[in-house]
Design a protein around this ligand. Structure first.
Ligand code: FES
Length: 102
């Protein structure tokens, strides 16, 4: 599946995500500067991304852990999600995300 990812300089690239991976893993694998300190355990919020319009409602609802973590993140917006909680699949093929400021 494809992910359209925009970095913090506004540069957009199309990257590949293997099914079953998380979007965070795909971003990291593609060399995007995502810290993902906790390695995807939903315990750091350093994988914070903004999900482009139209995609948010297609994603599974946030778990309580993700809501709690985002409460502590900076520059949170209505379209904020933790990329380690978004799984690559047919449903998320083509998702557009932008790295949030650190
Ligand atoms: S990698 Fe730590 S919360 Fe996503």
């Amino acid at each position: 599946m494809k992910i359209i990812a925009t970095d913090r300089n506004g540069k957009t690239t199309e990257i590949e995500g293997n099914d079953g991976w998380t979007v965070m893993e795909a971003l990291r694998d593609a060399g995007l500067p995502i810290t993902a300190e906790c390695g995807g355990a939903c315990a750091c919020a350093t994988c914070h991304v903004y999900v482009e319009e139209g995609w948010l409602e297609k994603l599974p609802k946030q778990r309580d852990e993700e809501v709690d973590m985002l409460d502590m993140a900076v520059a949170v917006q209505d379209n904020s999600r933790l990329s380690c909680q978004i799984v690559c699949s047919d449903e998320t093929d083509g998702i557009q995300v932008t790295l949030a400021p650190e």
